[in-house]
Design a protein around this ligand. Structure first.
Ligand code: ADP
Ligand code: NA
Length: 332
């Protein structure tokens, strides 16, 4: 039996969105201090699978760390570090590159989305990304990974890699990690197109709420969010065929820490002209203090670097013996 342990990460590829916050960061913070060890990472090695300006990457690494801290991540309760500072991730990833099959990688929908039509020009790293993600998780023997819906396939691949490794080497060394995809905001959608997820890489800034947006920008984006002309339905079931309405209600539920049913009991039947200002007020009330705190942390980059260095040291204490044992199993 494996000791329960939580691991997850976010890429420092610029501009944290409300989707990252509700689908990942806020849930990471909620899992902290529940008696289970929590390990959270800035995954800079994933970010460089597409070109990153070196100075921008360093700044974004600090900004994401500031975001974690501002959202309530406590480095005395969780381990918080930057992936490239713990070389065991890359070392285990190579072994997993030799375990994973090309056919498995070829089925990854995120690669297809991110590589687009010109997959020949994509980096080998972008293709191998899920094997590195498996190493991120399994180098800690993590049993639970809180992620958004879009990462479900990669956590399944992590299980496939663990199972094949265990089978090929006749061992039970790696756990079968469970994805934790829970709550109202596991897939926050674009404010301009209810069929696309909210993403930092969407060319339209109006499609997303950035964690650094000010109150006016947040209110304006919500006011202009695409919806159908009908008022909200009176019951939750009425949201099923209305992706834009459902998305705004889900965001409201996640921000206010209520179930969708509880929110609908309050707002069901209201026109958007009434509901959108309620949502805007709530979003500003929840996000403004975080962006203020983020800016405050960014005034002291040395302190951020110190927190990351301390976290890396603690992470290596767990990762190093697991990597050593993996090498032994493989005969290296
Ligand atoms: P992005 O997908 O924005 O490039 P990452 O790949 O670093 O960011 O994802 C970090 C975490 O945020 C992952 O757990 C991912 O599932 C989650 N996430 C990203 N976008 C959304 C969204 N629109 N809704 C819910 N969760 C999301
Ligand atoms: Na993602």
């Amino acid at each position: 039996a494996f000791t329960p342990r939580v691991f997850s990460g976010i890429q420092p590829s610029g501009g944290l969105t409300l989707g990252n916050y509700l689908g990942a960061m806020k849930r990471f913070v909620d899992m902290q201090g529940s008696g289970i060890e929590t390990i959270y990472c800035v995954v800079d090695m994933h970010a460089i699978t597409v070109w990153q300006d070196p100075q921008a990457l360093q700044k974004q690494t600090r900004e994401l760390t500031a975001g974690y801290l501002a959202a309530g991540l406590d480095p005395t309760k969780s381990i918080l570090f930057n992936q490239s500072q713990v070389p065991e991730h890359a070392q285990l990833a190579w072994i997993f590159n030799c375990v994973a099959r090309l056919g498995w990688m070829n089925r990854m929908t995120q690669f297809k989305d991110k590589a687009g039509k010109n997959a020949e020009k994509a980096s080998l790293g972008l293709y191998a990304y899920p094997a590195l993600m498996a190493a991120d998780i399994l180098v800690y023997h993590a049993t639970q990974v809180p992620v958004g819906e879009d990462q479900k396939q990669h956590v399944e691949l992590t299980r496939d890699i663990a199972a094949k490794f265990n089978h090929d080497y006749g061992t039970e060394f790696f756990p079968m990690t469970d994805p934790v995809i829970e709550g109202a905001a596991t897939r926050v959608m674009s404010l301009r197109d209810g069929s696309k997820k909210m993403s930092k890489s969407d060319p339209s800034d109006a499609s997303r709420i950035n964690m650094t947006d000010d109150a006016d920008a947040i209110a304006k984006k919500i006011r202009k969010a695409k919806t159908d002309p009908e008022p909200l339905p009176s019951e939750t079931a009425g949201l099923a065929e209305r992706p834009e309405a459902r998305n705004l209600v889900n965001i409201y539920a996640a921000l206010s820490e209520q179930s969708v049913d509880a929110v609908m009991a309050d707002v069901g039947g209201k026109p958007f002209s009434e509901f959108k200002p309620m949502l805007a007020d709530l979003a500003v009330a929840k996000l403004a203090p975080i962006s203020t705190e983020m800016a405050r942390y960014m005034e002291d980059p040395a302190e951020i670097d110190r927190i990351l260095a301390d976290g890396a040291g603690r992470a290596r204490k767990i990762a190093s013996p697991i990597l050593k044992k993996t090498y032994e199993i493989v005969g290296m």
